[in-house]
Design a protein. Structure first.
Length: 235
């Protein structure tokens, strides 16, 4: 059993999830290959992650494994390492990929902007997760590093990693949103009427909903095609 928790959100208690260990490992392998196929990670990339670990959160080991499966050499800094120490690692190992939650990324870039000569850095890729990067945050990162590519990975305790954003495929964004790319062989997405998320007992009564046509607003429903022994397959 592979265990993980959600962040809870809005002050609620975190939720505990248990999934099949081998299916989880296979998902990390295929998603790493997906990242490579999307051109986010290339052979020879050195990546450093400042993701969170501890208290049942698994974002650090998750990120390390999918980066390794994508072909990168991945270094684990974690979220507790001091910015000065992270900066020294970036310079010492000629790291070109920085990965982490968006808030950690912005905090670290802010430190670099006032404590380092960016000419000494090899960073050319940012891979963020967790929250979106706002328009002003993107502009700030570009202002510090110049021509740097900003990618993202989307995942959750419920679904695992399943989608990415890449400016090389969908084009650069100057807004706070990003187009997402996912593999239909591993995840099915449907937009159902809002009532599907409200009438929680309707499944027991035999109620079904048809997916809404393109452009309609509704509830996003995910069906995992890879975590088949997950107690929560469709949600």
């Amino acid at each position: 059993m592979y265990t993980s928790i959600t962040g809870g959100g809005s002050g609620s208690k975190p939720l505990f999830f248990a999934t099949d260990t081998m299916e989880n490992r296979f998902q990390r392998l295929t998603f790493g290959q997906f990242i490579r196929n999307c051109g986010i990670i290339e052979k020879g990339d050195w990546a450093l992650t400042v993701h969170t670990a501890g208290e049942l959160y698994r974002s650090l080991d998750l990120t390390l494994e999918i980066l390794e499966n994508s072909g990168a050499c991945a270094l684990s800094a974690g979220d507790k390492m001091a910015p000065a120490d992270v900066l020294n690692l970036l310079i010492k190992y000629h790291i070109n990929v920085l990965a982490g939650p968006s808030s950690n990324i912005v905090h670290l870039v802010s430190y670099i902007s006032t404590h380092a000569d960016c000419q000494k850095l090899r960073l050319n890729k940012i891979v963020y997760t967790s929250e979106v990067l706002t328009k002003s945050q993107r502009a700030f990162i570009k202002g510090v590093f110049g021509d740097i590519k900003i990618f993202s990975i989307l995942g959750s305790a419920e679904a695992g990693p399943w989608a990415v954003s890449s400016p090389d495929i969908t084009g650069e964004t100057t807004d706070s949103i990003a187009e997402l790319i996912y593999d239909k062989r591993t995840m099915l997405l449907e937009i159902l009427p809002f009532s599907a998320g409200i009438e929680s007992t309707s499944y027991e009564n035999g109620t079904t909903w048809a997916a809404l046509p393109q452009g309609e607003r509704g509830v996003i429903v995910q069906t995992s095609l890879i975590r088949l022994r997950n107690p929560l397959i469709r949600y």
